[in-house]
Write a protein that binds this ligand. Sequence first.
Ligand SMILES: Nc1nc2c(ncn2[C@@H]2O[C@H](COP(=O)(O)OP(=O)(O)OP(=O)(O)O)[C@@H](O)[C@H]2O)c(=O)[nH]1
Length: 307
Amino acid sequence: MTEEHTEFTGSGRAGIVAIVGRTNVGKSTLVNHLLGEKVSIVSDTVQTTRNLIRAILTEERGQMVFLDTPGVHKAQGELGKNLNKAARSAVQGVDAILLVLDGSSKPELEDDGWFRRICREEVPCIIALNKSDRGTNFVNAYQALWEEIKAEKESAVQPVWASVSALQGTGMAGLLDTLFGHIPEGPPLFPDDILTDYPRKLNIADVVREKFFHRLEKELPHALAIWVEDIDEQEKKWTVDVSVMVERHSQKGIVIGEKGRLIKWVREQAEKELYEMYGVRFKLNLWVKVEKNWRKNFWILKKLGYA
Ligand SMILES: Nc1nc2c(ncn2[C@@H]2O[C@H](COP(=O)(O)OP(=O)(O)OP(=O)(O)O)[C@@H](O)[C@H]2O)c(=O)[nH]1
């Protein structure tokens, strides 16, 4: 995986799992049930366009970070380009994909789309046929559709199928075992002590990053990393220190803009959006830094697609 993992000598596993599938199949219910009271984080932040950490499960056998796929939800109904784009970003850089289907009703076009996507993936795919409690069973229809698409695409992907009821909890323990069995060995991605405010930091960074990208687009494609250093939460105002990292001195000027106009615009727009999200005023301190090797230092961010 990453350099950091080579030193790991323990026996635990750690990985990022993307939960995908069309709306209403039971993804939220499933995550809630899978994690139960063991949930370290359930993010209540407003969804942004990027992947969002839904929950982190830490057990003795390892740690699993579940990513939600908000972009895909938004793209429902607009099949084609939008869905493909969202789907692509949803599964980028993850260690496993959990595709949730509603096994109690017949396959829909979006399910077909997800099959086509996972056909091309190199990471393990686990397919959970949910709502097994309903009495109607379309498992064969889904499997037939999968075989058809797999043959058409000449794919070698072999997903693991699991029949579950997220509502009643049937098949949940087995599904969790399967997931743990398909993520790599390694130390936890997130140390325990930073679990609680991690999603919030990522979310704030995400908002700031989005503003920069809105204005800069192709000028700084991969060189910009946004990292929230600290959040000081006072009742009336949150003050947030944000590092804006570029790789070269020449990029510093681009990020700051003429007479500081660009960075001021980013700050104001981000503060406005964060106010709408959290219902509290924000003061963002944006510190532009040149960090040649931020990519190495911020490997978690990168892996999650935030850098
Ligand atoms: N009968 C039955 N209903 C379920 C099951 N799992 C989820 N549901 C119901 O299906 C509906 C949708 O569940 P959600 O968990 O919100 O689905 P989702 O995929 O997260 O939906 P989006 O957030 O819109 O993508 C809810 O009414 C759930 O109670 C299940 O195993 N059996």
